[in-house]
Design a protein around this ligand. Structure first.
Ligand SMILES: Cc1cc2nc3c(=O)[nH]c(=O)nc-3n(C[C@H](O)[C@H](O)[C@H](O)COP(=O)(O)OP(=O)(O)OC[C@H]3O[C@@H](n4cnc5c(N)ncnc54)[C@H](O)[C@@H]3O)c2cc1C
Length: 431
């Protein structure tokens, strides 16, 4: 059995866990990160093998890029990213034809107006209840919410969603967001393939047991696993988690956010550069829109983004169904020859992944306050961090990263390692 004593143990080496580790390193507090997977990054993973070039299976954009601390860290690590903001749509296929440029402008205005109504909402009602049901772009609006929120609009609290802060500047991380976190975690004490199964608070310490006969005793623990992993009971807590905390976990949904990537022989679209389009999936009134990136970073690739219930159905049907869906949607818009252009395929499966179990968090209608409850320490020694605990930057990597730093500062202060200059906005320098 591997037994070790640490000041702090961090569960999970995603954005939040790496943020917590970097902050503890800076404070000089000994710690160990336990990660269930054989890699770091969590929902940030760059696949460099399938297409011979990086593509991000999870997170890919620096949202609020102008103020995003991770962009500054990318600069420090000389990690490549684009410096033009990504526009969410340049073309829409709707009703069996391409929308005209004027219609695209009209759709953009409509959707901006609907988001304006959502973000000024002060009642804890569902986004679905605020949206218009009829109208040329009403369906696209519902699907856009699902693409962004990983949940369908009727399952998202407008009040919580309205707190999200975004400067509307998004830069694609061309070198791979997963690869960036890998670089940030280099040299940190991480034990991979080490799945935590039990946490026990006793005798002024937290005892953490992981598969593979690993036992760590620490003064404090920072838990960064996703809310769905916690909700599923993958880690047994002694004493059990307080009931108001389990209620808060019930109030948050990770929904579903998946991608399908198609490697192409060449550019069949006749585009000079990257383009982002909305394509309908399915027939008639049941048609739902998915967001497609054509030639991201100028490479012969298509990446389809699926969110909410439509994504849930497809991911459970498996990779072949997801690929078929993406190719069929492209064929309906560009002609059936497109299928012969596809040479390699890949699809994600975040929802069935036992270490993730979904996309990214939204709060259910009527459950406002759930995120704040997650942030309250458990038995004075366990700190929960991760994207779902951020009030203004949930569902993002920079939000998750910041919550890890905050939890590290709280744990360090509780253990008497407080430093007056422990600034939550501090940015690490890499050796
Ligand atoms: C398809 C998709 C696209 C996205 N796009 C963007 C984007 O463009 N920009 C953006 O900012 N955000 C995006 N996000 C959201 C972003 O990826 C997440 O908000 C962020 O990565 C969450 O980080 P985290 O540390 O909170 O959680 P996680 O990344 O889930 O990290 C938790 C870690 O805990 C580990 N773990 C789980 N159980 C155990 C256990 N029992 N023991 C030990 N370890 C365990 C997991 O393996 C994981 O590594 C996207 C997400 C998805 C799914």
């Amino acid at each position: 059995m591997f037994v070790k004593e640490e000041e702090v143990v961090i569960i999970g080496a995603g954005a939040a866990g790496i943020g917590a580790g970097l902050a503890l390193s800076r404070l000089g507090v000994p710690y160990l990160i336990l990660e269930a997977k054989d890699r770091v990054g969590g929902r940030c993973y760059t696949d460099v093998e399938t297409f011979g070039r990086p593509w991000d299976c999870g997170s890919h954009w620096f949202y609020s890029a102008d103020i995003n601390p991770l962009r500054v860290l990318a600069d420090r690590l000389e990690h490549p990213y684009e410096t033009q903001t990504t526009d969410w749509v340049s073309a829409i296929h709707s009703g069996g034809r391409w929308a005209t440029p004027d219609e695209v402008t009209e759709a953009r205005k409509y959707i901006a107006g609907e988001f304006g109504r959502i973000t000024s909402e002060t009642r804890d009602v569902s986004i679905g209840s605020l949206l218009e049901e009829e109208g040329r772009w009403a369906g696209l609006m519902r699907d856009r919410v699902a693409q962004l929120g990983a949940n369908d609009p009727q399952n998202i609290s407008a009040l919580d969603y309205a707190r999200f802060e975004d400067t509307n500047i998004s830069y694609a991380v061309s070198g791979g967001f997963g690869a960036l976190f890998e670089a940030m975690a280099r040299g940190l004490p991480v034990r991979t393939e080490c799945e935590v199964i039990r946490m026990d608070v006793r005798d002024n310490c937290v005892e953490v047991e992981a598969r593979g006969d690993v036992l760590i005793r620490a003064g404090a623990a920072i838990v960064t696993v996703s809310t769905e992993v916690l909700r599923a009971g993958a880690i047994e807590f002694y004493p059990s988690l307080p009931s108001d905390l389990t209620d808060a976990l019930e109030g948050i949904s990770l929904g579903c956010s998946e991608k399908v990537a198609l490697g192409l022989k060449s550019d069949p679209f006749g585009l000079s550069g990257a383009s982002r389009i909305q394509l309908p999936v399915g027939e008639g009134e049941d048609a739902r829109h998915a967001f497609f990136e054509l030639l991201p970073n100028g490479k012969p690739l298509v990446i389809a983004h699926l969110g909410g219930d439509v994504a849930k159905g497809l991911v459970m049907d498996g990779e072949a169904a997801m690929v078929d869906f993406a190719v069929s949607a492209l064929a309906a818009a560009y002609g059936s020859d497109i299928a012969s252009q596809v040479v390699e395929t890949a699809a994600t499966s975040w929802l069935p992944d036992p270490h993730i179990r979904g996309g990214h968090s939204t709060v259910k209608p009527g459950m406002d306050g759930a995120r704040a409850r997650l942030r309250q320490p458990v038995a004075e020694r366990i700190y929960i961090a991760g994207e779902a605990t951020s009030d203004q930057h949930f569902s993002t990597c920079h939000g998750a990263y910041a919550t890890g730093i905050e939890a590290a500062h709280e744990a360090a202060a509780m253990l008497g390692h407080w430093r007056a200059d422990a600034d939550p906005h501090w940015l690490p320098v890499f050796g």
